[in-house]
Design a protein. Structure first.
Length: 76
């Protein structure tokens, strides 16, 4: 658990990500790597509909990539 905490402290959320919920999703992906929608739903206790909207915005703004099943932070 200590390693995750240290990773979260060193992770910077892009300034364009302003919504607290979007920041939460971004930080989760930054600290956990490639993650499915179901994993995000369970880990963050958020509804799929909210996650779809947040993830679509993060993907559209090129902060996150999405393949058939997983979302992850775009390589910098």
């Amino acid at each position: 658990m200590q390693q995750t905490t240290q990773s979260a402290q060193s992770t910077t959320v892009p300034r364009a990500v302003q919504s607290p919920r979007a920041k939460l999703v971004y930080l989760y992906l930054a600290t956990h790597g490639a993650t499915t929608l179901a994993e995000l739903e369970t880990a963050l206790d958020m509804k799929k509909l909210s996650l779809y909207s947040i993830l679509r915005t993060l993907v559209d703004r090129s902060f996150v990539t999405h393949d058939a099943e997983h979302y992850e932070i775009r390589s910098r």
